[in-house]
Ligand binder design. Structure first.
Ligand code: GPU
Length: 823
């Protein structure tokens, strides 16, 4: 054994003594504190650094293996990675929880408190960003050599607070206390050009003369999967100026302007756009997209060329997944690099680009499909606009040659009609060999609606890969009571192979097991009761049904329908307090985009209704309404294990998939939902009798959109609905400002785009069925166990295997091999 290996081995943790030694060493030599004077932040930093050390050998071995075996690599380009905290999950993945806990206790530090002090890495808005984080976990678990590429935002998603019922936003500054997981890579730096003009040389070569060049600097976070054997990299880019200060200006005393270029460059990675589905802040957003896409492509090409000579074999060794259209500029940028830097012809470059790239679509909502004005696009990325025009010409030729009659204007990437602009969805579609939707229904609707023409031109390019969630974070780590029970009952195979959880299904018939399953749920509910009490000062009973709707605030997700049902129920209880009511706590959590007035007004409505209901002595424990501020990954980890009922009530055809639906069902909540997104497949798997489906189907909605829908008539025909809307509209919940919610009621009465009134009656009916079902404790528990047992297919591991097989052409080990282990 040589000296270097000996040093490495001494860092390995075998028991609590090792942990203690390592933490003290980190405290002293990395943080610069002695234990007597260390505060919580120091302990936290030391622990993270000690745990991070455990990843490094596996990380290097993973990289070495990829090179030695010349494995195909997967690159996941995403504007968002909603990681949350890393410490607990990493410790659990490495199997180190017992020694770490013991060591910290012996050192006099509080393990749970240290875990809670880690800030959430909130580099994402919602489902799309969290999916990317789950996929990183699964790619590592499956041993796929992969990189996540994104932006190292200084400020992640804003922090939400609630003042007098209204949302207020404050900046989120997760980096202030230092991000101890990451390794700065000062040597990994790329030029990112912007603006200027393209000049064609006498030989006919296009040369881009950018007006400005900034730098992208790499920061790497190691990502371990289950059992920590394989470790991948999340590489995030930070914007840096080519020159920190303009010395001439500085020396002239122009201190602020001397820094101008630096500020501009750093701005590109300053903040995450707090917008879930609509584009905003156009110029900066386009720069952000190009910035991280260009840096990532330059980086992966450098890596490829460091061990391959033949650029034309790129698609055999590289698969690049575009997470929505945000990195769609990759189509043009990869072509630019292949043509301008590596000297390929446009034709060859286009073929390689298409074979390498694939694109995931996450929404059909037209306002969310990115489109840049020609003016803006041409001024920021003139060379790319030329390349896109070239691609569009090729594409039009294909379209013209197709037998079908097509409206050519509609299939063009560059829209020449009055809208004028670059359609990024079209660009991503045309530049990819596979385009996937995120649930079966969503993929079908893609073919029938927004991508109908493109689908007819490039048949079999569209496929569905239903989303999944990582069972490590979303059951094993966040729900210890249930995880322990499952392990004791069916072993622990399900952690690395979630479909094995099906083995618990027969226990649904075992009364003793049901009792224990309920006890686990009860324990989680008690923990949430305490949190609700301490954070919003509302006392709720753990025996009530916990009815949960946690997701971004959006009209199509219909939090409004949920709170309207609460109002109806409130009135019903007041009218007959002595009846046999099923006690409920309605729990809401979610952020509204700061510019989305209607969504913010709905938050206010929820809080105003909550105020009235919670303080009404007649109501008592029969109904309570809670809005938990600042919903994020960490709060989700505490709410989901405690939920009894999962609200998945989007207007059918509008939620591409949903992933909260999967997490909640896995943790033993029953779903009340529409036949939308992945709810359809959840229903197929858990069985129609174990889910509460109601309302219009996507087809019904589409028909109404054609034939017209008269919400006025529906309201007039439903006494309860009328009463609820009259109350909301006339200020029953806002006596200090009676017209506050007029806009909501008007919208529903004259232009109910999201069919809230249409689904109201069916929703209330189904809720009353849920009430009755919940009262039959044994049968309810039986059904919740079957939900947990039957949703194993919704594992992110399964989703990643689908991508690997159908899109990336990468091999993955079997579930059995994962569980048996070995390198
Ligand atoms: N989604 Br587009 C986001 O979270 N943000 C977006 O900007 C867009 C889509 C969501 C979908 O709304 C949700 O249905 C899906 O489960 C999730 O992406 C992951 O695919």
């Amino acid at each position: 054994m040589n000296a270097a290996t000996a040093v490495t081995l001494s860092r390995r943790i075998e028991d609590a003594e090792d942990v203690k030694r390592l933490i003290i060493e980190k405290l002293k030599y990395a943080v610069g504190k002695d234990p007597e004077h260390s505060v919580r932040q120091d302990w936290s930093a030391a622990l993270i650094l000690a745990v991070r050390d455990q990843l490094v050998d596996h990380w290097m071995a993973s990289t070495r293996r990829a090179y030695e075996q010349d494995q195909k690599r997967v690159y996941y380009l995403s504007m968002e990675f909603l990681i949350g905290r890393l410490l607990k999950d990493t410790i659990i993945n490495l199997g180190l929880e017992a020694p770490v806990r013991e060591a910290l206790t012996e050192l006099g530090a509080d393990y749970d408190e240290i875990l809670r002090s880690e800030p959430d890495a909130a580099l994402g808005n919602g489902g799309l960003g969290r999916l990317a984080a789950c996929f990183l976990d699964s790619m590592s678990t499956l041993g796929i050599p992969a990189h996540g590429y994104g932006i190292r935002y200084e400020n992640g998603l804003f922090r939400q607070s609630i003042h007098d019922g209204w949302q207020a936003e404050e900046p989120e500054d997760w980096l202030v206390t230092g991000h101890n997981w990451e390794f700065e890579r000062p040597e990994v730096i790329y030029n990112i050009p912007f603006g200027g003009e393209v000049i064609t040389t006498p030989e006919g070569k296009a040369v881009w003369h950018p007006a400005e060049v900034m730098l992208a600097a790499a920061y790497d976070t190691p990502i371990a999967g289950w059992r920590g054997r394989h470790v991948n990299t999340l590489r995030l880019w930070a914007g840096k100026p080519a020159k920190r200060v303009d010395l001439d200006r500085f020396n002239r005393g122009e201190y602020l302007s001397a820094m101008e270029a630096a500020v501009r460059a750093e701005t590109v990675s300053r903040i995450l756009y707090p917008d879930d589905t609509t584009e905003e802040g156009k110029n900066l957003r386009l720069r952000q997209e190009f910035f991280f896409t260009s840096a990532s492509l330059q980086d992966l090409l450098r890596r490829y060329l460091s061990s391959h000579d033949d650029i034309s074999k790129l698609p055999e060794k590289v698969a690049i997944q575009l997470n929505d259209t945000h990195p769609a500029i990759a189509v043009a940028e990869l072509m630019r690099l292949l043509v301008d830097t590596h000297g390929l012809s446009m034709e060859v470059a286009f073929q390689l680009t298409r074979e390498t790239l694939s694109y995931t679509n996450h929404t059909l909502m037209p306002e969310a499909l990115e489109r840049w004005s020609l003016q803006l696009f041409g001024s920021v990325l003139p060379r790319h606009l030329d390349i896109i025009r070239w691609i569009d010409e090729q594409h039009l030729r294909t379209a013209a040659a197709a037998k079908r009659t097509l409206d050519l204007e509609r299939v063009r990437i560059v829209d020449h009609t009055n809208g004028q602009g670059v359609r990024m969805g079209h660009l991503a579609f045309v530049g990819s060999h596979r385009v996937n939707g995120v649930s079966a229904l969503h993929a079908d609707l893609m073919k029938q609606t927004v991508f109908q023409d493109l689908d007819s031109l490039y048949p079999s390019r569209i496929l569905g890969v239903t989303n999944g969630v990582t069972p490590r974070r979303w059951l094993h780590s966040c729900n210890k009571p249930l995880s322990d029970l499952l392990i004791e009952t069916i072993g622990e195979d399900w952690i690395g192979d979630l479909e094995a959880i099906e083995a618990v299904a027969p226990y649904a018939e075992d009364a003793a097991f049901r009792e224990r399953f309920r006890a686990a749920k009860h324990e989680n509910k008690c923990r949430l009761v305490a949190e609700i009490q301490s954070r919003v000062g509302i006392h709720v009973s753990p025996d009530a049904m916990f009815d949960v709707q946690i997701k971004r605030m959006h009209e199509y997700k219909r939090q409004l329908l949920n709170i309207m049902e609460a109002v109806a129920q409130y009135f019903a209880i007041r009218n007959d307090p002595a009846a046999d009511w099923t006690p409920r706590v309605k729990i809401f959590g979610g952020k509204a985009a700061p510019g989305y007035e209607m969504a913010k007004l709905i938050i206010k409505l929820i809080n105003d209704v909550a105020r009235a209901v919670n303080s009404d002595p007649v109501i008592g424990d029969r109904l309570k309404i809670v809005f938990l501020p600042n919903y994020n990954v960490s709060t989700a980890e505490r709410i989901i294990p405690a939920a009894d009922l999962s609200e998945q009530i989007s207007t059918a055809g509008m939620e591409a998939s949903g992933t909260g639906n999967m997490k909640l069902a896995l943790n033993g909540a029953l779903t009340i939902g529409t036949l939308d997104g992945a709810n359809v497949e959840i229903c197929d798997r858990v069985g129609r009798e174990n889910i509460h489906i109601f309302g219009l189907t996507a087809e019904d909605v589409a028909n109404y959109r054609i034939s017209g829908y008269d919400s006025r008539a529906v309201i007039d025909g439903n006494e309860t609905l009328k009463t609820v809307l009259d109350a909301i509209g006339s200020g029953v919940f806002s006596p200090e400002d009676p017209n506050r919610f007029r806009a909501i009621v008007d919208r529903l009465s004259y232009d109910d785009y999201f069919f809230v009134t249409a689904d109201f009656a069916a929703y209330l009916d189904e809720q009353r069925k849920v009430d009755r079902a919940f009262m039959d404790k044994e049968d309810w528990t039986r059904r919740t166990i079957l939900n947990t047992a039957r949703v194993g297919w919704f594992s992110a591991d399964r989703a990643i295997r689908d991508y690997a097989r159908e899109i990336w052409n990468v091999e993955t080990p079997s579930a059995k091999e994962i569980n048996q282990g070995g390198e």
